[in-house]
Every structure is written in C-alpha cells, then in structure tokens.
Design a protein around this ligand. Structure first.
Ligand code: FES
Length: 106
C-alpha cells in the first residue's frame, strides 16, 4: 500500500477535520477526541454533495442536500446500506500524518 504525507499532527490543534484532494477525490482527515485520526472520502454517494458542509455530530454526518446519514469513521451509510464511503488507511509517524493513496477495499 502506498502512502502519501498529507498533514501534520499540529495542523489539528483546535480543528476536528481538514479536507484534501487526493487522486482527484475529496478526502478528509478527522481527529477523534482521544487524539486518534482516521481518513474518509467526504463526497456523498448520492449526488456528490460535500459532506463537510453537512451537520456533523460525533462520527455521524448528515448530507446537506437530501439528508443521507453516514458514519464517517466506519464509512457506513445509515440511509441506504448499499452506499458506503471509502476510507483510507492512515498512519502517524512522529508529527507526520500519512494517508493511503487509494481507498481501503472494505
Ligand atoms: S447528495 Fe447527499 S443525500 Fe443527496
């Protein structure tokens, strides 16, 4: 699996998430309250709305357009179980955050 350095841990001081473009797709890195990180695509599987402009409550986001609900951490769509956000593997090495170039297959 090929990783690319996308961010630094210090980028998330006071920020819950940050968005990036990776291989032409919008991907966000999220910081959990316990200090762990995960990465997920953030385009709605319905009509590609930007989920980061929706309402986020914990790991759950509600799409601003037609209110599909997702668990950002697991990728699960709570509205239509055939839709799923692709997640990216993520690793932290010291101060650097690396994300897999291609999404995970789960
Ligand atoms: S674009 Fe997200 S629910 Fe329609």
């Amino acid at each position: 699996m090929q990783f690319v350095k996308l961010a630094k841990v210090s980028d998330f001081a006071g920020a819950r998430f940050k968005a990036y473009t990776l291989m032409g797709r919008r991907v966000a890195i999220f910081k959990e309250p316990d200090g762990t990180f995960y990465a997920s695509e953030v385009s709605c599987k319905h009509q590609n709305a930007d989920l980061l402009t929706g309402r986020i409550d914990g790991d759950i986001v509600i799409c601003p357009r037609h209110q599909w609900k997702y668990n950002l951490r697991t990728g699960e769509c709570l509205t239509h179980n055939s839709a799923r956000l692709r997640r990216h593997a993520l690793k932290v090495e010291g101060e650097d955050i690396f994300v897999s170039l291609t999404p995970s297959e789960d």
